[in-house]
Design a protein around this ligand. Structure first.
Ligand code: ARG
Length: 459
């Protein structure tokens, strides 16, 4: 290997081939090229303002960097693993283009504050993209909920049928989760979009720099307070990965439901052809592979978060090369989350809800048992006793292979004489849903309010 032009001054020979391959990051951190260039241009402009460079020199650097960017985007750029990383690849090419003034760009700067700036800009852009995708997905849940305000389904606890709910209410539960995820992304951005530039290697610099103006130039929210913290910290990244993990977890729960709802034993949904796959041996199969993979890919994103937590836990201040291991987990998590959000939006948009099957399933599970108990409470029976009486009614109905609403009045009165003819209205599944108009309940007005609130947030 040839000697590194950026730091090879004191070395007799370059690193071993295997060492160069082990230590390079250019093969993956090139993803940061645009943010690195933006950071360098802001650095050059600040140096001109502070009279560390002439205005002409800063302009030459900015123009040269623009050309480097164009070359990268056209594919003409020759990436060189020997130059280690994205930063040195760009600086070397800049110097080829603009000549010796290119060597002034790194004045008062270290790759330690440089890489942290590039990465913070990159992560914050991705957080903005995640927010957009998460909002779009939330809007899709709202749309599908709007279509299914009348449809009833069994709401479950312990995965056992519990009480009837509207399909809209079930779908809106996810809409609220994704709203919180989007809000977490926005909040996280406040701590990610802080500029570390000016911390230099670790101790600050002797040049009369103005870090706050760099932050302002780049549209960042603020600037570091301690140079050692600035170059050593990656908690901004862990926070972003936690937000990604939580969003993936919500996606995974939704996937799990789609998977079992699509099982013919439930038959609550029909998978869109474009989001299902067949079996190579069993011709009848239509498999929910997209939902399964999405559920599985949560592991990658949690893995990224765990990787970062582990990388950071024993690092002494300040920069250590371990920190180069921060890019790949994030890039992988970013790809996984972004594609998953888009695919879920597409799949949900085309998912067919078989509402007759959902309605029929309400009947199978005595989902109106709570209604009977509450009805008895209305007749002055203490709740515990009402619960017991209802249990007896359920046992009888089960024995007869009927729903509670199918028992005769004589049968019901035999269980408790206080039951009257008006019980049958109460036992209707529709009534059970309609009467739950307390805050956030499954009642139609409550669902309408949720829809309105989500619409105003989405707007
Ligand atoms: N590629 C390195 C990283 O990602 C850049 C910083 C290198 N700094 C250093 N002092 N070797 O962390």
């Amino acid at each position: 290997m040839s000697k590194n032009i950026s730091w090879g001054g004191r070395f007799q020979k370059g690193p071993e081939e295997a060492v160069a391959a082990y230590t390079e990051s250019e093969s993956f951190d090139r993803a940061l090229y645009a943010h690195d260039i933006a950071g360098s241009q802001a650095h050059a402009r600040m140096m001109a303002r502070q009279q560390v460079l002439s205005t002409a020199e800063a302009e030459t650097l900015c123009r040269g960097l623009e050309q480097v960017k164009a070359e990268i985007e056209s594919g003409a750029f020759q990436w060189q693993p020997a130059l280690e990383d994205v930063h040195m690849n760009i600086e070397a090419r800049l110097t080829e283009i603009v000549g010796d003034v290119g060597k002034k760009l790194h004045t008062g700067r270290s790759r330690n504050d440089q890489v942290c700036l590039s990465f913070r800009l990159f992560v914050s852009d991705r957080l903005r993209e995640w927010q957009k995708l998460t909002k779009k997905l939330c809007a899709m849940y709202v749309r599908r909920a709007e279509e299914h305000q009348q449809a009833l389904m069994p709401g479950c606890t312990h995965m056992q049928p519990a009480q009837p709910v509207s399909l809209a209410q079930h779908l809106l539960a996810y809409a609220w989760m994704f709203k919180r995820d989007a809000e977490r992304m926005a909040d996280c951005e406040k701590r990610v979009r802080i500029s570390p530039l000016g911390a230099a290697a670790l101790a600050g610099t002797t040049y009369p720099f103005d870090p706050a103006s760099v932050a302002e130039d780049l549209g960042m929210f603020g600037v570091f307070d301690n140079s050692m913290d600035a170059v050593a910290d990656r908690d901004f990244l862990m926070e972003a990965l936690f937000v990604a993990s939580t969003t993936m977890m919500h996606l995974s729960r939704c996937c799990e439901e789609i998977i079992y709802w699509a099982n013919p034993a439930f038959g609550f949904v029909k998978l869109p052809d474009g989001y299902a796959t067949g079996s190579s041996i069993m011709p009848q199969k239509k498999n929910p592979d997209v939902a399964e993979l999405m559920r599985g890919k949560v592991g990658r994103v949690y893995g990224s978060l765990m990787a970062m937590m582990t990388i950071m836990k024993g690092l002494p201040l300040t920069y250590n090369r371990d920190l180069q291991e921060d890019k790949e987990p994030f890039l992988d998590a970013d790809k996984t989350l972004s594609t998953s959000l888009q695919l879920m939006e597409g799949m949900l948009g085309e998912l067919v809800f078989v509402t007759e099957r959902m309605r029929a399933a309400c009947k199978a599970g005595f989902l109106n048992a709570t209604e009977l108990a509450d009805y008895l409470v209305g007749k002055g029976v203490p709740f515990r006793q009402a619960h017991h009486i209802t249990g007896a009614a359920v046992a009888l109905a089960e024995q007869e292979g009927k729903g509670l609403e199918e028992l005769s009045l004589a049968q019901l009165q035999h269980i408790d004489a206080r039951i009257e003819d008006d019980v049958y209205t109460v036992l209707q599944y529709e009534t059970a849903v309609q009467r739950r108009e307390t805050r956030g309940g499954t009642g139609p007005c409550s669902v309408k309010k949720q829809l309105a609130d989500l619409h105003s947030w989405l707007a």
